[in-house]
Design a binder for this molecule. Structure first.
Ligand code: B12
Ligand code: SF4
Ligand code: SF4
Length: 314
């Protein structure tokens, strides 16, 4: 993630790149209930354990489209102003902007948390040259509201830090990406170090643990969020998981790209999907997949992982 460092000067001062930016309008958008998305219904049949945000279509498109629509409406009202929508990939500190907009506080798990909504939402923003017109009295009361909203409501709780299986939350509000399951299953272009592999458990793409253990999310979702570290599969689900993983291990890169097109999972690319499949199969002790994994003994980038896996599977 070298881009994070390269983008730092713009993140520190967005106006250095967009001198016309006067205001940031900050939005949050729930991941969406699975039923909202026909393709997500398909995905929910899968037994691959993916982070909740990745169960629907790729938010980079649908959330950006929504921000574009709002920008178009605003342009009608402020024809001389510039409106620039961003979601995720822009060089902006989105959680920081959202906290400053009064949408929540940065929790000890480093996520932006809202007292009513929890943290299971995306953040997007529109930078604009239009100054927000407010008289002094309104501005002061808005500021007061924002400050009371952004107070830290973590208190003495440390559930997220204690539950993180890899110790990625090294201290309050500090995350070491190189230990985070989300990094190793989504962003990384290599295989994880030996000491982390078993800790990745059955996470195929992303990780939700430090959010699902959070009382603010349990409250927002009426205590319905799954919190298990490693799923205990019944026979039927075990068989279904084997089929999902077999498909990934035995499909060509092109086939996988086509299959996952339009979902967040394409970001891991075929290499990442196959790497993740080998790790999940090993951690779930799916010995039935040994023939499919053996094929990767000859693969430049995955042979060491395949060897590790086969030695574990016996
Ligand atoms: C790189 C990245 C990752 C990396 C590294 C994460 C990291 N901590 O930096 C990895 C791959 C590990 C990752 C994981 C996840 N990510 Co991510 N990620 C990003 C991305 C693209 C950049 C983050 C960044 O700039 N990091 C660099 C450091 C310097 O910035 P920072 O950690 O944000 O810290 C700043 C602020 O937090 C602030 N801050 C810190 N403490 C405090 C305290 C106070 C009081 C205030 C005001 C500010 C403040 O100051 C810090 C320095 O400026 C953002 C999108 C974006 N453009 O912001 C999404 C983003 C942060 N990710 C998001 C999500 C959903 C996730 C996952 C939940 C996905 C998953 N389920 O697997 C996990 C969560 C892991 C976790 N516990 O945070 C959402 C967060 C939504 C939310 N409610 O908070 C974002 C905003 C994407 C989006 N547009 O919705 N992610
Ligand atoms: S996403 Fe998972 S691995 Fe990353 S900090 Fe949270 S609990 Fe730890
Ligand atoms: S689990 Fe507890 S400490 Fe962690 S973010 Fe939620 S409230 Fe804060």
């Amino acid at each position: 993630m070298a881009y994070l460092e390269a983008q730092m000067p713009i993140k520190e001062n967005p106006r250095s790149f967009w001198p016309q930016a006067q205001t940031a309008l900050v939005f949050t958008q729930d991941y969406g209930s699975k039923d909202d998305f026909p393709s997500a219904k398909e995905a929910s049949k899968s037994k691959l354990r993916t982070a909740m945000y990745a169960k629907g279509p790729d938010y980079h498109f649908w959330f950006k489209d929504k921000l574009k629509l709002i920008s178009d409406e605003l342009k009608l009202i402020f024809p001389n102003a510039v409106f620039l929508p961003f979601i995720d990939s822009g060089p902006l500190l989105e959680r920081d902007l959202a906290a400053r907009a009064g949408l929540g506080w940065v929790g000890k798990n480093t996520c932006l948390i809202n007292r009513k909504k929890g943290s299971l939402f995306f953040i997007g923003e529109i930078l604009t040259s239009a100054p927000v017109a407010q008289d002094d009295a309104n501005l002061n009361s808005a500021r007061n509201d924002a400050y009371s909203l952004t107070s830290d409501f973590c208190g003495t709780c440390r559930k997220c830090i204690e539950a993180c299986p890899t110790g990625a939350l090294t201290k309050e509000r500090e995350l070491l990406p190189k230990k985070c399951i989300s990094y190793w299953t989504i962003e990384s272009k290599t295989t994880p170090p030996l000491d982390l592999r078993e800790k990745l458990n059955d996470w195929f793409f992303g990780c939700d643990i430090c959010q699902t253990v959070c009382p603010w999310n349990q409250k927002a979702y009426n205590n319905s969020l799954e919190m298990t570290q490693l799923r205990d599969l019944n026979l039927e689900n075990r068989q279904l998981l084997i089929e999902d993983l077999r498909f990934i291990l035995s499909s060509s890169g092109k086939k996988l790209e086509k299959y996952f097109a339009g979902t967040p999972l394409v970001r891991a690319r075929p290499f990442g999907l196959k790497r993740n499949a080998i790790i999940v199969a090993t951690n779930q002790n799916l010995i039935e997949l040994k023939p499919e994994i053996s094929v990767y003994l000859e693969n430049n980038k995955l042979s060491e992982l395949a060897k590790w896996s086969l030695s574990k599977l016996g």
